[in-house]
Design a protein around this ligand. Structure first.
Ligand SMILES: Nc1nc2c(c(=O)[nH]1)N[C@H]1C(S)=C(S)[C@@H](COP(=O)(O)O)O[C@H]1N2
Ligand SMILES: [Mo]
Length: 262
């Protein structure tokens, strides 16, 4: 009797010639794609490095691509586009500490710290933490993303940069195209396009998880700018300045994207 449960599906039997042909196509295709990738990499690697300026350290074609990408991103940027937020319960209680450039001064004292604002007319405005704590407080829980490949949902509190601007009547400054921020020792610094700085989720933050910022997270005041990668979220802000030219930016001088938008 025939076993009806042991039926083999009718497979197409390939001739040796067909097998050889398929192997040949797969093999040459593999070699070809690799040659193309290698050629592309050689081309990029051998192309000249950009002229050092506000940005540096990247091959010219790569920097061109980054700058083009910035133009596209800027076209779609809007204050109505909010970064996704989460309930406080989802915030990680152990906030990761990344790098601490510009925070190494052992003599730094958060109690005597004040924020220096360089105004358009050349004058300086000194703002104490006490003054900042008196401004309306905003909290945000969002997914903080570092270019090094990690991200973490974290909870921050502070004053909106845009609220700070209106409280101190810095409208003329905010009409310029860029904001520059630096640590008190000037060792770490970032440049930000004004629309991103004025975005409603951008904070001058003094709290993480409902408590004052620990030293390693930038005590007493840091930038939280959810529309950007971690590199732009300067810890321990010492000075803020405004300009129509791109301010110096620590990582853009090392080949990273100046815009670093998300
Ligand atoms: N002053 C200063 N701010 C800094 C950095 C730094 O090295 N020094 N590193 C940046 C980078 S790359 C990231 S990912 C975040 C990390 O912030 P966190 O340590 O609070 O997680 O801080 C940013 N701000
Ligand atoms: Mo980072």
């Amino acid at each position: 009797m025939k076993n009806r449960f042991n039926k083999q599906p009718a497979e197409k039997i390939l001739s040796q010639k067909q097998i050889n042909r398929r192997n040949f196509i797969a093999f040459t295709g593999f070699i070809g794609l690799n040659a193309l990738a290698y050629g592309g990499w050689r081309w990029l690697y051998k192309s000249p490095e950009e002229t050092s300026g506000v940005t540096a350290g990247a091959r010219k074609p790569l920097r061109r691509a980054l700058n083009q990408n910035e133009l596209l991103l800027r076209k779609t940027f809007s204050n109505d586009h909010l970064v996704k937020t989460y309930p406080v319960s989802m915030a990680d209680p152990n906030v990761r500490v990344n790098s601490e450039i510009g925070m190494e001064d052992p003599g730094f004292d958060a109690k005597t710290w004040s924020l220096t604002i360089h105004k358009k007319d050349g004058s300086k405005l000194q703002v104490s933490l006490h003054d900042i704590l008196a401004l309306p407080k905003t909290e945000i829980v969002y997914d903080f993303k570092c270019v090094e490949g990690w991200d973490q949902i974290s909870h921050w509190g502070g004053v909106k940069f845009s609220d700070f601007i209106s409280h101190y009547n810095l409208q003329e400054e905010a009409a310029l195209q860029y904001v520059g921020m630096a640590t008190p020792d000037k060792a770490y610094y970032v440049g930000l396009d004004m629309p991103s700085a004025m975005h409603p989720q951008t904070l001058l933050a003094y709290e993480v998880n409902g408590k004052p910022l620990p030293m390693r997270h930038g005590q007493p005041l840091r930038l939280i700018i959810p529309v950007k990668y971690g590199i732009k979220n300067l810890k321990r802000i010492g000075t803020i300045s405004f300009s129509d030219e791109r301010p110096p930016d620590y990582w853009a001088e090392q080949g990273y994207d100046y815009y670093s938008g998300l």
